[in-house]
Design a protein around this ligand. Structure first.
Ligand code: CMP
Length: 139
């Protein structure tokens, strides 16, 4: 059954560039309600675990290093059709292919340092939200 929640991270590149506020504003202006929010930093082990599904990819080491190099903002967002609508809002993984008006078009630097993460399925939204948030931390 489709759920109405998705999970996102504002990645270290976007935090370093002082874009937390602008990115959260794009999310809420697009109709997403913040139901969980956390400012934290992943250890290399935690980043490796979060992105374990990509462990065989050539960019895995680079991805783990990047995602643990500084703080991130993790959030659970609520909206009808959340996963699909949020993927549209963030745009293509590679910002060179992202459409105008998307978060990655505006803020991402490269395919690796691409400003935000968005869950790719309801199942992964649940898994990824549980990675960061207890039941007491979501509303
Ligand atoms: P994300 O949507 O968080 O999911 C997996 C991440 O791996 C992706 O965003 C990028 O940050 C990273 N990634 C995907 N493809 C590449 C690539 N070709 N080179 C480097 N990093 C990549």
């Amino acid at each position: 059954m489709a759920t109405n929640r998705t999970f996102t991270m504002i990645k270290p590149d976007a935090v370093e560039a002082n874009n937390i506020g602008s990115i959260l504003a794009m999310m809420t202006e697009a109709g997403f309600k913040v139901v969980g929010l956390k400012y934290t930093q992943l250890s290399e082990a935690q980043a490796g675990k979060f992105y374990e599904v990509h462990s065989a990819r050539p960019f895995y080491g680079e991805l783990v290093e990047f995602m643990s190099r500084g703080p991130i903002v993790a959030a659970i967002l609520e909206k009808d059709n959340a996963v699909e609508d949020f993927r549209k809002l963030i745009g293509a993984t590679n910002p060179a292919q992202a459409e105008e008006g998307t978060i990655r078009k505006r803020f991402a630097k490269s395919i690796g340092e691409n400003a935000v993460h968005g869950s790719d399925s309801d199942e992964n939204a649940e898994i990824e939200g549980n990675f960061f948030f207890s039941q007491l931390e979501r509303f």
